[in-house]
Every structure is written in structure tokens, then in C-alpha cells.
Design a protein around this ligand. Structure first.
Ligand SMILES: *[C@@H]1O[C@H](CO)[C@@H](O)[C@H](O)[C@H]1NC(C)=O
Ligand SMILES: *[C@@H]1O[C@H](CO)[C@@H](O)[C@H](O)[C@H]1NC(C)=O
Ligand SMILES: *[C@@H]1O[C@H](CO)[C@@H](O)[C@H](O)[C@H]1NC(C)=O
Ligand SMILES: *[C@@H]1O[C@H](CO)[C@@H](O)[C@H](O)[C@H]1NC(C)=O
Ligand SMILES: *[C@@H]1O[C@H](CO)[C@@H](O)[C@H](O)[C@H]1NC(C)=O
Ligand SMILES: *[C@@H]1O[C@H](CO)[C@@H](O)[C@H](O)[C@H]1NC(C)=O
Ligand SMILES: *[C@@H]1O[C@H](CO)[C@@H](O)[C@H](O)[C@H]1NC(C)=O
Ligand SMILES: *[C@@H]1O[C@H](CO)[C@@H](O)[C@H](O)[C@H]1NC(C)=O
Length: 493
């Protein structure tokens, strides 16, 4: 069911270049699952990354007892470690979230996964040792729920923990990894968020964080080998505490890079800042998970501009896109943010899997870590051109200027068509540089630049980047503004 579903999601096989990015994790799965399973694994991974967008969902809750649904796009919803309301889930809430995904058109733009988070089970395992779905919250049973959600054309995801218990002290999967993975698969789940609470004492585990997560990865691989089914997609959640971007791709398809997000601008900029230094770690086979798109989570502590910035950054950095919101009351404005297909297309790009990265920090010097004023000028490749993202971290409107060749993905001597991915307009042709005027405070600009041929004659000085640019007769390129750089270059010569 899953294999077919994934293909129905309209995703393509990874391209040649994508396939070439062999990862250790892939190799591991190949060894265990055998060649036949490999193609499917790749397909799934692509889907996750990209189409994860498509998925989403669910669950959950809200702080003051209100209900919170999380729609997700590739990843799990919050773990809700301190939020007891997060446990306020049941089968009707989950099913309703799935129905809203369909009815609001979110499924059509790619949100296709409904994630259960913590608190779905009884507090104790069965006498046989299995996790048991909560009889009070899921009276119809898990298979009934997943059947109904699958019938809507959506996938369903589940949650467990690498320790003795989950964060809300329901059964964790430590020492039951294979048993639980099998149960989850039998329940119709195809994806597992795996948390990091209640870990065993050292004299029991005698493993570090890597070994702890390898246990579930081994179980998933063994299960795939035993059943011939696709491996569960694994979403690691250890809050970025032990540099998962360095090792988690061996085991899973995404990893949280930070602690839980809060729905305020400071939390958003802090997560952007942290991820700006590890953006390179996202590709088709593994994703920095920046946590849920949270505005829809906590009653809109973000302004509209902030929510748009939040969503844009998460999407263009190829984070899983997890909606967490009460979809029954989501506003048109919020919906339009989540459903921006031009932005989603880049998140789901099936040719380019890597994140955009900063090329200039802006207000602060390059490479400065600053949780309130992260990098402002970003670019990256896409299948249709070069993506630029500008974040105005100031509280007031600002003009934002960049030279095209500040980005490594732009060709010197060429001009570019400019597409505004929020205004959905063609904004003329950029020669040498571009200025976005009066970008609102905490706002964002997302542009797609497409090569439009050679720039006009006399577009400017002979070299847009004059540093060490030289005529073949040995004359350094003239510049309009300041030639002192060149003078020092001559010294180097
Ligand atoms: C689920 O929770 C909602 C809200 O608390 C409630 O109205 C509904 O009856 C519950 N459904 C089940 C199956 O418990
Ligand atoms: C590239 O353009 C095609 C054709 O307009 C579109 O279908 C696709 O979604 C675009 N991809 C990206 C990543 O923008
Ligand atoms: C972060 O950057 C802003 C803008 O440059 C600056 O005002 C602020 O002091 C910086 N914060 C820290 C902690 O350095
Ligand atoms: C692109 O043009 C549209 C329509 O005029 C305008 O609303 C938008 O602000 C422009 N975008 C940029 C980045 O200048
Ligand atoms: C931007 O490029 C245009 C066209 O080459 C040029 O006339 C203008 O001076 C440039 N602006 C800046 C600030 O470099
Ligand atoms: C943009 O290019 C112009 C002309 O080469 C140069 O003077 C200016 O310093 C550049 N600005 C940035 C931000 O790179
Ligand atoms: C070298 O080429 C530059 C640019 O065309 C020209 O201005 C300069 O006079 C030339 N120098 C010599 C020594 O030919
Ligand atoms: C060129 O830049 C240097 C170093 O920033 C500065 O001292 C000098 O005054 C500038 N010259 C001109 C003509 O702008």
C-alpha cells in the first residue's frame, strides 16, 4: 500500500546527480534490504524530503486545553515534552485533521502525512510485551484509524522513543526496537519519529547517542529484510544536542537540529541562526529538521510577515514542513502561506536536494552567530534557476541590495529574469544587481532568477567582482568606486 501510495504522490525517481550522492545510510540499507529494496528506498526518501511537504499532520494540541492539530509535511509534530495538552489526542481528532488536509486543499499541494505524536498508547505494554493503543482515545483501534486515513490518500505516522519511556512517560522502545517497529508497520504506519527522553543509565546502555539510534535503524533494516516491505522512514529527534547532522543520515531521513520551537520571532531567528551554519547537511537523503512551522501552533504569536518568513526559510532550507494548527479554524492568510506552491516547489525540487545557504550575513559580519540577527542574504540552486532569499531582521522596513555574483550560482556577464515567489509576478530583468525595496521588518523576499542571456554592453565595469580580475595584457580591471583593492592586488602580483 505504501509503495503504491508514494508513487501516486507524483514523485519522480531521483535524478542521476541525486542518485550519485551515495550515503552511508543508503549503503547500510542496501546491504540489509538487498538490491530490490533500494530503488524503493530512494523513492521514499525523495518523497519524504520533498513530498513530505505533502504530508502532514496532525495532532495535537494546545496549551490551554484547546485542540491543536498538526499537519505535517515531512516530519513529526512536536514532542510536547512539557506541554500536557499535547496529550489531548484521540482518533476523532486525528481523523478530523486528515479530513481537513483534504478539504482545505493542503493534500493537493503536497501535505500528505498525518503524524501522531506522544500519548497514543496505554501506559503499560501488554503481557506479551507489545505497546497497546489507548482504549479510551483510540477505541476503534489503530488499524481502523490508519485504514480510514489511507482511504483519504494520506499516510500516517507514529512516534516512539529511544529510551525506556517517551517524554510523557508512555512506553519507549529501548530493547523493544524490532518488536515495536513491526507493530508500527502492522498498524499501517510508514514513518517513525524517534525521541530522546528517558534514556537508560550508562551501565545498562554502554552506548553513546549514535549507538542508541543505531539500535532502531538496525531494527528497521532487519524488519524490511524480513518482510520485504519498505523500511520505515526514520525521523530522529534528539534536539540537535550531539550534532546529528554529522551522523544521523546513517540511520534516518531527518533529524531535529534544535530544541522545540516556540511561536515567537526570537525562537524563529534563533533556529535560523543555528541552522545557517549547518545548512549544507540537507540533501535528498537527509534533512535538517527545524521543527514545526509553528505559527499555526500557538495562536499566532507571530505576525503575518513573521509567519511568512518562518515558512519561507523552512521550505527553502529543505526542512520537513510540519504544520501544527487547529485546521478547523485556520485563517485564509495562514492557509495561503502554507499553500504557496512556488515556494513548495523548491522545497520539493526533485533535481536539487540541497538547502540554500547564506552568501552574506548583512547587518553582522559574515559567519557571526547571532540569535536575534541571523544571516540575511541567501541563495541556492533549483531545477529552474537560482533561488535568492532576503530576510529583513530589523524591526523596520529596509531596502535590501545584492550583487548577483555574490551568489556562487550566478554567471558573470549574464542577466537574469526575476520571479517574485510571493508576489507571483515577473519583476523584470536584473543586470549586475537587484534591490528589494522596503522589505517589511521581519519580512522576507524570495526570488527565482533565471538566466536571460548575455548582459547588455556597457552594463558596468568589465568585472562585477573586480578583485583580481585582469585583462590578458596584464591590466587590472578598472572599477568605478574604489581602486585601492586593486592597488593592493598589484602588490600581491
Ligand atoms: C476526542 O476529543 C474530542 C475533544 O476533546 C471529543 O469531542 C471527542 O468526543 C473525542 N473522541 C473520542 C473518540 O474520544
Ligand atoms: C520548475 O518549473 C516547472 C515548470 O513551470 C514547474 O512545474 C516546477 O514545479 C518548477 N520547479 C521548481 C523547483 O520551481
Ligand atoms: C546581534 O546583532 C545585532 C545587530 O548587529 C546587535 O545589535 C546585537 O548586539 C547582537 N547580539 C549579540 C548577542 O551579539
Ligand atoms: C515584484 O513586483 C510586484 C508587483 O509589482 C511587487 O508587488 C513586488 O514587491 C516586487 N518584488 C520585489 C522583490 O521587488
Ligand atoms: C547595479 O547595476 C546597474 C547596472 O549595471 C548599475 O548601473 C548600478 O550602478 C548598480 N548599482 C550598484 C549599487 O552597484
Ligand atoms: C556590488 O558591486 C559593486 C561594484 O562592483 C561594489 O562596489 C559593491 O561593493 C558590491 N556590493 C556588495 C555588497 O558586494
Ligand atoms: C590593456 O587592455 C586595456 C583594456 O582594453 C587597455 O585599456 C590598455 O590600454 C591595454 N594596455 C596595454 C599596455 O595594451
Ligand atoms: C577607497 O577605500 C579605502 C579603504 O576603505 C579608503 O581609504 C579610500 O578613501 C577610498 N577611496 C575612494 C576614492 O573612495
Amino acid at each position: 500500500m505504501r509503495g503504491k501510495g508514494w508513487k501516486d504522490a507524483g514523485d519522480k525517481e531521483p535524478s542521476e546527480s541525486g542518485s550519485a550522492r551515495t550515503e552511508t545510510g543508503r549503503k547500510r540499507r542496501m546491504e540489509v534490504a538487498g538490491l530490490g529494496a533500494i530503488a524503493e528506498v530512494l523513492l521514499v526518501v525523495v518523497v519524504v524530503v520533498v513530498v513530505t511537504v505533502a504530508v502532514a499532520v496532525v495532532v495535537v494540541v494546545e496549551e490551554q486545553g484547546g485542540r491543536r492539530l498538526s499537519a505535517i509535511r515531512t516530519q513529526p509534530a512536536r514532542t510536547g515534552g512539557t506541554d500536557h495538552a499535547v496529550c489531548n489526542i484521540n482518533e476523532s481528532i486525528v481523523l478530523e485533521a486528515a479530513e481537513y488536509l483534504v478539504n482545505l486543499g493542503l493534500k493537493d499541494v503536497g501535505y500528505r502525512r498525518v503524524n501522531l505524536d506522544d500519548c497514543y498508547s496505554e501506559k503499560s505494554r501488554s503481557p506479551a510485551g507489545d505497546i497497546v493503543a489507548s482504549a479510551a482515545r483510540f477505541p476503534s483501534g489503530m488499524n481502523s484509524l490508519t485504514d480510514r486515513i489511507h482511504a483519504l490518500g494520506l499516510y500516517v505516522c507514529c512516534y516512539s522513543d529511544s529510551g525506556w519511556f517517551t517524554c510523557q512517560l508512555y512506553p519507549g522502545s529501548y530493547q523493544n526496537e524490532y518488536r515495536d517497529a513491526k507493530l508500527f508497520q502492522d498498524w499501517g504506519f510508514d514513518y517513525l519519529k524517534y525521541d530522546n527522553c528517558a534514556i537508560p543509565y550508562d551501565d545498562v546502555i554502554r552506548q553513546g547517542i549514535v549507538g542508541k539510534y543505531q539500535r532502531i535503524a538496525d531494527a528497521i533494516a532487519q524488519l524490511a529484510s524480513d518482510t520485504g516491505k519498505s523500511p520505515l522512514i526514520l525521523s530522529l529527534c534528539e534536539w540537535g544536542e550531539e550534532q546529528p547532522w554529522l551522523w544521523a543520515r546513517r540511520y534516518g531521513q531527518s533529524w531535529r537540529t534544535t530544541g522545540d520551537i516556540s511561536s515567537n520571532w526570537g525562537s524563529v531567528t534563533d533556529i535560523i541562526n543555528r541552522n545557517s551554519f549547518i545548512a549544507w547537511a540537507s540533501d535528498f537523503y537527509g534533512h535538517n529538521d527545524m521543527d514545526i512551522v509553528s505559527r499555526h501552533n500557538r495562536n499566532g504569536d507571530l505576525t503575518y510577515e513573521e509567519a511568512r518568513t518562518h515558512f519561507t526559510v523552512w521550505a527553502l532550507m529543505k526542512s520537513p514542513l510540519l504544520i501544527s494548527a487547529d485546521l478547523s479554524s485556520i485563517s485564509e492568510a495562514d492557509l495561503s502561506i502554507l499553500a504557496n506552491e512556488e515556494i513548495l516547489a523548491i522545497n520539493q525540487d526533485d533535481v536539487i536536494g540541497t538547502s540554500i545557504t547564506p552568501f552574506r550575513w548583512g547587518i553582522n559580519s559574515d559567519w557571526v552567530s547571532n540569535s536575534t540577527h541571523p544571516a540575511q542574504y541567501w541563495s541556492g540552486e533549483s531545477q529552474n534557476g537560482t533561488v535568492f532569499m532576503l530576510i529583513n531582521t530589523l524591526d523596520e522596513p529596509a531596502d535590501m541590495f545584492f550583487n548577483l555574483t555574490e551568489s556562487p550560482w550566478v554567471r558573470a556577464g549574464r542577466q537574469y529574469h526575476v520571479r517574485d515567489l510571493w508576489a507571483h509576478t515577473d519583476n523584470g530583468t536584473a543586470v549586475r544587481n537587484f534591490t528589494a525595496e522596503a522589505v517589511p521588518g521581519h519580512g522576507v523576499v524570495a526570488l527565482l532568477l533565471q538566466d536571460a542571456g548575455d548582459e547588455p554592453d556597457n552594463a558596468g565595469p568589465p568585472c562585477a567582482r573586480p578583485h583580481w580580475c585582469i585583462h590578458k595584457n596584464g591590466t587590472l580591471a578598472p572599477v568605478t568606486s574604489n581602486t585601492s583593492l586593486h592597488t593592493s592586488s598589484i602588490g600581491l602580483l
